[in-house]
Design a protein around this ligand. Structure first.
Ligand SMILES: Cc1cc2nc3c(=O)[nH]c(=O)nc-3n(C[C@H](O)[C@H](O)[C@H](O)COP(=O)(O)OP(=O)(O)OC[C@H]3O[C@@H](n4cnc5c(N)ncnc54)[C@H](O)[C@@H]3O)c2cc1C
Length: 693
């Protein structure tokens, strides 16, 4: 008899248990098992907090799959599609080539993914807490923050480095906050410039209690114990944004801190999207025996599956306990099917809950018993030690834990040097991106939004806005090229997303590629070519001219982004001006269009279009233009407006009511401003001449 081919997608709790059970039941001549996982190891998630808190070594929370499953063919390759109709998977083979593989049975156990996108700015500024890399990077970052706090001269900055914010107070949030608190506070004795009192660990939770899954007395114990250990717990508080500075709460408060850990938000794996099978809330619906609904030879297990537990007729929770039991039972069901026996529905009574809260303390609900404190912590560690795969892991982790109780945690800092990276940053309106006089560390390109450049002309004078930069503009190059501190303060004017290049990588690029350096230098010179440096009197004049006095009125009707190209050309030809302002569905500024833009659109159509019918005038403007909202506000001075015009090399700009209210009120034109300056200079000259006579 030919061996059947079983393909498993995933290498977590469910997949590993399935593979182990099936291998125990069927010989290699009966069944070929192939397990595809993105990594070559299984991650033991309950230990991620210990990794982040430096109480175990980095590799103790992972186990190599091929050593755990010697009689299974383990492939470290990503599956990109499962075609249940054709009974084949498609995976990324060598050099990314897509390879097809047919199966007799497929098991989908690809878990869930973290989703920082649920809160603006988290992707750019927060650590996720799902895979091994998250825990390792977090640990490096925490130790790095302590080193920076030690070096900080400004006490405010030192406190920022020592402030840690954990979003979410479920199991992983509580474990992460407990471990970070323990690591940082127990390490302060090795630093000279800060003490335990300078450390701030805050846990933010949208509900009115932490650990909603455990019994109320244990929850209360955990809250009190953590607060006593120094963790600030903010209940009924919702995080609405993360920035470079910290976390914004729904009630308007800002929590400042250099470290944000986001333990909330999961999303389904991209692979599940490709599957044409019944789903509910993104999870694959299965029969009680765990086959995918409507499929005879496809199974779904673990966090990615919606499996009803016959014990209580409720959907199984997404926990390792359940994933493991499902893996075992599904393998037994497959064996029963092959042997022509009836299958059994998934049935499991949860054994209990265990959660470590830091400081050698935990809460545990085991077989209906409630245990808390050191005893629960000891139980927690013993249970996980017992559950760990492979004997060598068990010994390794046991030694680590013993070491942790007897000796201080390891504070070695393996520098993941941000100066050599390209990163992304997110800022809210009003946030300072960097300040005049600070040492230049990054080169930034605006991916979205607008920033304003502020400059203080004399020491201790109030900085004034000198210009506005928008999408596609950059800053920081001048200071980095000249090895100088930043010459201006940069503040976000709207929500801003930046792509940033660290100083070392910037030097490497501009040092090695002369052409890039020359282009940047030219662009910096162009940017700095402002009017008043060449003509100081102009600056004084512009400061006195109210922006409203040079405002061009709005045309009778605004153009809309859904208008067609033909309608725009008509408005240009028939209206009072060819400079058009485009609004969105809320009548807020969306973009602009003038003759230069029109020329560019026509040139692009000529180059790219194969149609012979001429201009596609019936097409909508959104198809040719992308949103560009560079504008000045009525509150800006004429000086700022002029600098913004010049920095962008444009001849006109729309004016909106304010930074908050983007309704257009008119426009300003460079030629009109120039005329006003010339007029004023001429008047001044006449006055001087008369005085001299
Ligand atoms: C920080 C944290 C702490 C936790 N603590 C506990 C706890 O104390 N107790 C508890 O019971 N549960 C806990 N959980 C939940 C538990 O870890 C999950 O429920 C469990 O891991 C689910 O197992 P799984 O096999 O479905 O998926 P996972 O264990 O997530 O494994 C899925 C695997 O599939 C792989 N994969 C995904 N897509 C593909 C693809 N396209 N191709 C190839 N491979 C792919 C992934 O790389 C991963 O290795 C915790 C989770 C986290 C994040």
């Amino acid at each position: 008899m030919q061996a059947i081919k079983v393909v498993i997608v995933g290498g977590g709790f469910a997949a590993v248990q399935f593979a182990k059970t099936l291998r125990n039941k069927l010989s290699t001549s009966e069944c070929e098992i192939l397990l595809f996982n993105r990594e070559n190891h299984m991650v033991f998630h309950p230990l991620l907090a210990d990794v982040a808190g430096a109480s175990i070594n980095l590799d103790a929370a992972v186990a190599p799959l091929r050593q755990m499953l010697p009689a299974v063919e383990c492939r470290t390759e990503r599956v990109v599609r499962v075609d249940v109709a054709a009974a084949e998977i498609v995976f990324e083979g060598e050099n990314g080539a897509l390879t097809h593989l047919r199966y007799d049975h497929v098991v989908i156990a690809c878990g869930a993914e973290s989703n920082l996108g649920i809160i603006p700015g988290m992707t750019e500024h927060a650590f996720a807490f799902k895979v091994m890399r998250d825990a390792i990077e977090l640990r490096q970052h925490i130790v790095g923050q302590m080193e920076q706090a030690e070096a900080a001269i400004d006490p405010e900055r030192r406190r920022w480095h020592l402030s840690f914010i954990v979003v979410g107070a479920g199991f992983s949030g509580v474990e992460a906050a407990g471990e970070i608190n323990e690591l940082v506070r127990s390490s302060t004795r090795f630093y000279r410039n800060f003490r335990k009192e300078d450390v701030m660990v805050t846990m933010v939770h949208s509900q009115d209690q932490i650990l909603p899954e455990v019994a109320p007395p244990l929850r209360e114990f955990a809250r009190k114990k953590m607060e006593k250990a120094g963790v600030t717990i903010l209940l009924s508080s919702r995080a609405v944004a993360a920035t470079q500075e910290g976390v914004e709460l729904k009630d308007g408060r800002t929590l400042r801190g250099g470290t944000i850990v986001c333990t909330i938000g999961t999303t389904i794996s991209p692979l599940i999207h490709t599957l044409n099978v019944p789903k509910e809330k993104g999870r694959i619906r299965t029969t009680p025996e765990m086959r995918i609904e409507g499929q005879a030879n496809a199974w779904a297990l673990g966090d990615c599956a919606l499996i009803t537990n016959a014990f209580d007729n409720k959907p199984s929770p997404t926990t390792a306990q359940f994933a493991q039991r499902q893996g075992r039972q599904a393998a037994l069901n497959l064996v029963r099917i092959l042997r022509g026996q009836p299958t059994q529905p998934f049935r499991f009574k949860a054994l209990g809950q265990l959660c470590s809260i830091g400081g050698y303390s935990a809460v545990a609900e085991v077989f209906g018993l409630h245990v808390s404190g050191f005893l629960a912590w000891f139980l927690w560690r013993s249970v996980y030690l017992f559950k760990l795969p492979t004997l060598s892991r068990k010994i390794k982790v046991a030694l680590d834990w013993g070491w942790d109780v007897l000796f201080p945690r390891d504070l070695s800092f393996l520098n993941t040097d941000t100066a050599r990276q390209i990163t992304h940053a997110y800022y809210r309106p009003g946030d300072f991106i960097h300040r005049q006089g600070e040492l230049a560390r990054v080169f930034s390109v605006i991916e979205e939004g607008e920033v304003e450049l502020l400059q203080a002309t004399e020491q201790n004078s109030e900085p004034k806005i000198v210009t506005v930069l928008a999408k596609g503009d950059f800053f920081g190059a001048s200071a980095l090229l000249g090895n100088r501190p930043y010459e201006t303060t940069i503040r976000a004017r709207t929500l801003v997303r930046l792509a940033q290049v660290g100083s070392d990588l910037f030097s490497e690029i501009t040092g090695s590629f002369a052409a890039i350096r020359d282009l940047l230098t030219k662009a910096v010179v162009d940017q700095a070519g402002d009017l008043w440096r060449r003509l100081p009197l102009a600056k004084t004049i512009l400061e006195d001219v109210p922006l409203a006095s040079i405002l061009e009125p709005l045309p009778p009707q605004l153009l809309h982004k859904e208008n067609t190209l033909g309608e725009a050309i008509k408005a240009m030809n028939e209206g009072p001006t060819s400079d058009l302002i485009i609004a969105d569905e809320n009548q807020l500024l969306w973009g602009t269009l003038d003759r230069d833009d029109l020329y560019r659109i026509i040139a692009r159509i000529a180059v790219t279009s194969t149609a012979k019918s001429g201009l596609p005038i019936q097409h909508k403007l959104v198809e040719f233009l992308s949103m560009s909202r560079l504008s000045v506000t009525l509150d800006d001075s004429t000086l700022v407006a002029t600098a913004t015009l010049m920095d962008h090399g444009v001849s006109w700009l729309p004016v909106v009511r304010s930074k908050e209210d983007l309704r257009p009120v008119g426009s300003i034109r460079g030629d009109k401003i120039t005329y006003r300056i010339i007029q004023k200079i001429a008047q001044t000259e006449v006055k001087h001449a008369q005085a001299a006579n």
